[in-house]
Design a protein around this ligand. Structure first.
Ligand SMILES: [Zn+2]
Ligand SMILES: [Zn+2]
Length: 284
């Protein structure tokens, strides 16, 4: 059994307010919990604060899997209480750059003047791991990572438990540089991570008016996200990384419009903060 909770679904910048309360204002953070008690945290956006409050006091190890180091995916790290607990083993997984290791890249944020505490002074038992690094096992989960199309080194994740599979691609522009999208599956960024999954959490930041002004910014228009999900033959698609400029009504409208024009062969479930999913078997 794999239970997935969305703690932060907003892209780019935390966007609190009455007009965004339903889809949520917190930035990228998703909890994946296994029947064996394993806890994986996908990205450490501002949603991680409320997630942390829900963790069992008996927890002794937690793995934080970062897709990349843009601020909306790491801002919550400094406010994650397990980092200050000497009894807890914290493993942080994330990409290095061509010139800096993961530790040096995280220290850019976790050091003054941006943050009062230095990474090396954190009391928890901290281990850093660089991705992509081939498949690895965390408790009952098998995790795969691969570089995907987004500015700077960025990975997506595929997480499997037995036949149950989830794919997480919050910042992804697979349509970049492609004349007609989608094109051949094996040449499509992120395809292997999402192929046949039961649940795809994917970037759907822009509408089709906004995207042409933002080509190369690393995000998907709704139509591209839907086309990607269809190509990958997913069972359920959850649009996330909502644009800060889109309020709840606008996101409702964009999803309804995309569903009625595209008539997708998969279920579309709006990515609202607090939503919980049980992941089922993959299609293949
Ligand atoms: Zn982002
Ligand atoms: Zn990003």
């Amino acid at each position: 059994m794999m239970r997935v909770t969305l703690w932060g679904t907003r892209g780019s910048l935390a966007t609190p307010g009455a007009e965004t309360a339903r889809y949520g204002g917190n930035t990228s953070c998703v909890e994946v919990r296994g029947a064996d008690g394993t806890v994986l945290i996908l990205d450490a956006g501002t949603g991680i604060r409320r997630l942390a409050a829900s963790l069992p006091p008996s927890l002794r190890r937690v793995d934080v899997l970062l897709t990349h180091l843009h601020m909306d995916h790491i801002q919550g790290l400094g406010f994650f209480p397990p980092l200050y607990d000497p009894e807890i083993e914290v493993h942080v997984w994330g990409p290095a750059s061509t010139t800096l290791g993961l530790r040096a890249r995280l220290m850019r944020y976790l050091s003054p003047p941006l943050f009062p505490v230095n990474l090396r002074d954190l009391p928890c038992r901290l281990t850093l791991h660089e991705v992509p690094c081939g498949d690895f096992d965390l408790g009952m989960f098998r995790v795969s990572s691969a570089l995907v199309c987004h500015p700077g080194p960025t990975v997506g994740y595929r997480i499997a438990a037995g036949g149950e599979v989830l794919s997480y691609l919050p910042d992804h522009e697979p349509a970049l540089g492609v004349r007609r999208f989608p094109h051949e599956a094996e040449w499509t960024s992120g395809y292997a991570l999402a192929s046949g999954v039961d649940l795809l959490l994917h970037d759907a930041q822009y509408d089709h008016h906004e995207y042409p002004e933002r080509v190369g910014w690393g995000h998907s228009a709704f139509e591209h996200a839907f086309a990607f999900a269809a190509l990958a033959e997913v069972r359920r698609f959850v649009p996330i990384h909502h644009d800060p400029a889109h309020d709840d009504h606008e996101i409702d409208r964009l999803i309804a419009e995309a569903v009625s024009t595209i008539n997708p062969p998969f279920a579309v479930i709006p990515g609202t903060e607090g939503a919980v999913f049980e992941v089922g078997p993959s299609a293949r």
